[in-house]
Design a protein around this ligand. Structure first.
Ligand code: GLP
Length: 233
């Protein structure tokens, strides 16, 4: 893993942006995208740049089950607000959290990923070490799947909702095996509350109990951390 330590997430965003720009220059066509507060500074720098994604594909990691695309807490809405409205892609894929048949939707999504191999995947990191919505204990073999969110994730995400009971309890997430197939993985983590997960991901045992530790097995991972997230290394 290549580790870049920056002062804060504004600098982290600039480093993340450079990785997108390099990937684009080197012919990357399909970008795996993430939601959450972490990638926002990178998306802001992309928006401010002249990078053009109108010929590129994007594939998002995950979506809540039960929220419509126009719900302002859905990941679909988030992506439009924070990137797509200003930097449209030729085609952007997200799981459909309102699909009637969730298993069929998961299969459809796996096909999308297979048809569009991801050149660069950006990831945030859950406080418990989850990536996408692959919570601790998730099998590393399964593809896109239905997830029951852990209480820790529900608590962490409650800050975005008016009431904790509004936080969806389930999501659809790309699987770890699909994430690992990406040619280049960029993980960003900021803040003290990520420090334990960062330490486990980089220095700890490679274990399903800390999903991000699987990245120790990938040969092209860049990690951008601020000093607080790196403080336990
Ligand atoms: C959610 C998302 C993850 C994200 C994580 C961290 O659970 N499913 O993709 O990485 O939150 O969020 P944040 O970046 O806001 O700390």
């Amino acid at each position: 893993m290549k580790i870049i330590i920056v002062k804060n997430e504004v600098e982290g965003g600039q480093e993340g942006y450079k990785i997108f720009a390099d990937a684009k220059k080197n012919g990357a066509h399909t970008f795996g995208l993430a939601t959450g507060s972490t990638p926002i500074t990178t998306y802001n720098d992309i928006i401010a740049s002249d990078l053009d994604f109108s010929d590129s594909i994007s594939i998002n990691l995950d979506e809540y089950i039960g929220l419509a695309a126009d719900n302002d807490q859905s990941y679909n809405y988030f992506m439009h607000e924070h990137l797509f409205n200003k930097k449209p892609f030729k085609k952007s894929y997200l799981p459909n959290g309102l699909a009637k048949d969730i298993d069929a939707e998961a299969k459809r999504y796996d096909q999308v990923i297979e048809d569009n191999p991801i050149d660069l995947q950006i990831l945030g990191l859950g406080r418990n070490g989850h990536i996408g919505f692959n919570e601790p204990g998730t099998s590393r073999e399964i593809g896109t799947h239905r997830v029951s969110l852990t209480q820790s994730t529900i608590d962490a995400n409650a800050r975005f909702f008016a009431h904790e009971e509004d936080v969806p309890k389930e999501a659809l997430s790309m699987g770890l095996a699909s994430i690992m197939k990406s040619k280049h993985i960029l993980l960003e983590a900021y803040g003290e509350e990520k420090a334990d997960a960062v330490k486990g991901m980089i220095e700890g045992p490679d274990t399903p109990d800390l999903p991000a530790s699987i990245l120790q097995n990938h040969d092209n991972v860049t990690v951008i951390l601020d000093e607080a997230a790196a403080s336990k290394l």
